[in-house]
Design a binder for this molecule. Sequence first.
Ligand code: FAD
Length: 451
Amino acid sequence: MPKQVNKKSVVVVGGGWAGLSCAVELSRIGYPVTLLESARQLGGRARRVAFNDYAVDNGQHVLLGAYRHTLALFNILGISLNDKLIRQSLNLHLLSTDGNKYNLHLPALITPLNLFIGLLRAKGFTLYDRWRALVFGFKLFVNAITAGTGKGNDDISVIDLLKKEKQTLTNIRALWEPICLASLNTTIDEASASIFVRVLHDTFCRAQSDADLILPSIDLGALLPDPALDYIEQHGGNVHLSKRVTDITVQQRHVTGILCDSEAFPAGHVVLAIPPHACMPLVKNHPALHDIAYNLSGFSYNPIVTVYIKYPKSVKLDQPVQALIGTTSQWVIDRRLAGQPGLMAVVISGPGPHMEQDNDTLRNTVEGELAECFPHWPRPDDAMVIKEKRATFSSRVGVNALRPDNNTSINGLWLAGDYTKSAYPATLEAAVISGRYTAELIHQNDLNKTD
Ligand SMILES: Cc1cc2nc3c(=O)[nH]c(=O)nc-3n(C[C@H](O)[C@H](O)[C@H](O)COP(=O)(O)OP(=O)(O)OC[C@H]3O[C@@H](n4cnc5c(N)ncnc54)[C@H](O)[C@@H]3O)c2cc1C
């Protein structure tokens, strides 16, 4: 006879990808879920915005084949990967302001052959560059990179790791730096080698398809929040927008619910699926959570800017994604794949002097850079700058030591979000892993109570 679990009601605070994945998983296993989101829409830092007649995102998002939990979640929600996502094997094109072009293309071979042959054939790099990259790739594959991997608290910066591994200046500038900024949203001087090595390992050293780039062909709101909302409601849950949670109610170290100003939502479990800076005001008044509050105060944040530029429909890139080196603009993504021909999303990750520029100046900078790189393009018709100042936590050296567990010392109070304990940087996948794991912990906790 299967055990009868006493499933308590759950309030999930926050409708980003962590909160949604947690609520979907809890709904799937039969929990009554109430999700409260302070904004007027779901999605959090991965949400739909409008630009002219286009539905775009608050920032262009790229997923990887390695995002196994995110892809599994899409599967549960019946999201067809063929209709909504475009998947391509890794083929990085990089263009430098000095005129040099670089290319890394992984052939369709099993891992690690695809990586080794891809590195050996990489264009724009000298034989010595490629040899050094290959040695680094081999060490990654056999797990021989220990300094900076967090073993024995020896985390170091990515730049120190790359120097230690004798990476050439070209390899750093045209390969590792763009990959580090794109995946960790942290500069190589500050970024944690431990997190970087984990990202490289999971992307390049497991299945061949893990390195695939996956681009949504619909806006992010339609990709997850819309189907997740339907799923939660169809399974008896409730979702409330414009509800800011202002306090957690606790009795004798057991959570009893939350407050939205004076409105009370009683619950047997509460999941705080909100970023560290939003958690702080909720946890700091509870003495049992002081350790968590202390760690959360140590997080710092990095921006991501996306500039959407609308050209005539005939304008296109030779490939969907183009990296630029030596410019403020870092990546150009052709939104033709999302059914928006002529629209380019230009992404600038990490901090930099561009954050001091007002939107008009930044727009002019980016448009000027594209005009230099693609002199045959006509003048754009329109543009929109979106600055997300706290796009992600900084994946800086030692940050993993600050990341809290999903459970807390208050019974029934749980944390979820891209920042909780994991080896990954702030990504959709980290958020989904965290949300689903919290759902599992809640279920396990209730199963144990039934014993
Ligand atoms: C511009 C940009 C580009 C990015 N690009 C990529 C990419 O290419 N690939 C990738 O994998 N990742 C990317 N990321 C990172 C990714 O979007 C985040 O890691 C992920 O969305 C975090 O999800 P989350 O649920 O942990 O947090 P959030 O998305 O921040 O969700 C938290 C939610 O809680 C709500 N909330 C906060 N306080 C309260 C409260 N008191 N009461 C109720 N609700 C509250 C917020 O409104 C929000 O909706 C990018 C992020 C940005 C901003």
